[in-house]
Write a protein that binds this ligand. Structure first.
Ligand code: LLP
Length: 441
């Protein structure tokens, strides 16, 4: 579900024409629909109501502080994975006690920042990391709460780059070692080991991996109880799907139907549940709007050259991901009725949609059926880009970053302004000599 729809031959975001928003904000531009993300958040709350989870929005999926603030206002906590994301959550006014801090490579500096900020829970990924957190907590004489990230060895059946719950990945501690982990660290006085964390991968379009992983988690909870360790929180991570094509993803209630029968008995015994969704809340709430700079024919192929490519949206180049795209004002004859590889619209031809960067890998779609009439100056909307769109954008080829706009009904707010070349150059403007001691020629 989302609030981007065609009416009278042009695309609207909530109650505003996308063309007007993109022209005011300048392209490349990400446009988010507040109503869409709030509706997805509310659906999650409803679907999982029987276990009343703390829903920690995964900041890495879309990190603009205005988006974070809007979700926090709805009751969300945040899943953060770096000092920078903690700073973003802080700037957005999110209660730090509602933040969970994950990541396989937390630096000492970041751990101290997180402790100082009062982050609610550290999701710890290895024995060495636990020892380090415990050392820093005891030095600071500050109690921290820790959950062990377990690796349940479940195949989420997603892209191998974003599959995290299999044994051979770098994430978490495998189930066999988890028991020994608690035996070794479960009574630490400063780092209170009291929870389990898992995240299987992203996106996951079937519910079975969740069921399988939770079954294994429940068995571990029982074993740990026998060893004298009671689990107070279970964080099930994120990974719920989004509609890259129309109606591609299971309803959130379907995920809940798989998870609740196992989770509810634990909830009733006092275990607190946490979810870390990103994509399912924000992917369909965002589009990227680009301007067509040129079209050309080379060999047999027609190219549409836009004012941004993998610098603004990396997913097609990195994962071969499909994103539906269509002109912002195609006219009534060519309005698509569904988002799919072939939207069944007359007068289309296969075309490559590419960016301005100097490499062949800079594409947004290859051989895509699009209106033959697309021409220089048209605006193109790329759908389902709210998650891992802007947050993975770069300044490669020294292009400035896209702008971002948050739309609420008829109200549009520029939440990230257009960068200037001065922004681009600022960290390089002033060089100074590093003081390095002990170097003898
Ligand atoms: N929790 C943890 C520990 C994670 O690593 C992730 C995502 C999430 C939660 C949120 O997952 P979500 O609900 O958004 O699926 N760049 C890739 C996705 C990488 C996901 C990384 N971890 C993409 O564009 O598909």
């Amino acid at each position: 579900m989302d609030l981007f729809r065609y009416s009278s031959g042009e695309l609207f975001v909530e109650d505003l024409p996308v063309r007007a928003v993109a022209e005011a904000a300048q392209t490349p531009c990400y446009i988010y629909s507040r109503g869409t993300m709030e509706a997805h958040f509310d659906r999650l709350v409803e679907a999982f109501a029987p276990i009343q989870p703390l829903i920690c929005f995964s900041v890495k999926s879309c990190s603009n502080i205005h988006i974070l603030r809007a979700l926090a206002a709805r009751g969300a906590g945040m899943d953060v994975v770096s000092g920078g994301e903690i700073a973003r959550a802080h700037a957005a006014g999110v209660a730090m006690a509602k933040c969970v801090y994950a990541g396989v490579g937390k630096t000492d500096e970041e751990i101290c920042e997180a402790m100082h900020a009062g982050v609610g829970l550290f999701n710890c990924e290895s024995e060495e990391e636990f020892e380090n957190i415990a050392r820093l907590a005891s030095e600071a004489k500050q109690l921290v709460r820790v959950a062990l990230r377990i690796n349940p060895d479940v195949d989420p059946k997603t892209h191998r780059y974003t599959s995290t719950g299999k044994k051979e990945t770098k994430f978490g501690v495998d189930l066999e070692r988890a028991r020994a982990f608690f035996a070794r660290f479960g009574n630490d006085p400063w780092a209170k080991l009291e929870g389990l964390h898992l995240h299987l991968g992203s996106p996951i379009y079937t519910v079975d991996p969740y069921r399988e992983a939770l079954e294994k988690t429940c068995a571990l909870v029982d074993l740990l109880a026998r060893d004298g360790f009671s689990i107070r929180s279970i964080d099930l991570g994120g990974g719920f799907g989004a509609d890259y094509e129309s109606a591609q993803s299971p309803a959130l209630t379907q995920y809940a139907d798989a998870i609740l029968p196992l989770a509810k008995p634990l909830h009733d015994k006092g275990v607190r549940f946490i979810l870390e969704p990103g994509r399912t809340i924000i992917a369909n709430a965002g589009i990227l709007v680009l301007r067509v700079l040129y079209t050309k024919i080379s060999g047999e192929k027609r190219f549409i050259i836009c004012d941004a490519g993998m610098n603004a949206l990396l997913r097609p180049a990195l994962y071969g991901s499909f994103h539906f795209m269509w002109p912002v004002a195609p006219g009534t004859e060519q309005t698509p009725t569904r988002r799919a590889l072939d939207p069944k619209v007359p007068d289309t031809v296969a075309q490559d949609v590419v960016g301005p960067l100097c490499e062949t890998g800079d594409f947004l779609a290859l051989d895509r059926l699009l209106p033959a009439s697309i021409k220089r100056g048209d605006l193109l909307a790329i759908f389902t880009t709210g998650a891992y769109g802007m947050s993975m954008a770069s300044q490669y080829n020294s292009h400035v970053m896209p702008t971002e706009v948050l739309v609420d009904g008829t109200h549009a707010e520029l939440i990230r302004s257009r960068e200037t070349y001065e922004n681009l150059l600022a960290p390089e403007r002033h060089s100074h000599q590093l003081a390095i001691h002990g170097v003898h020629a």
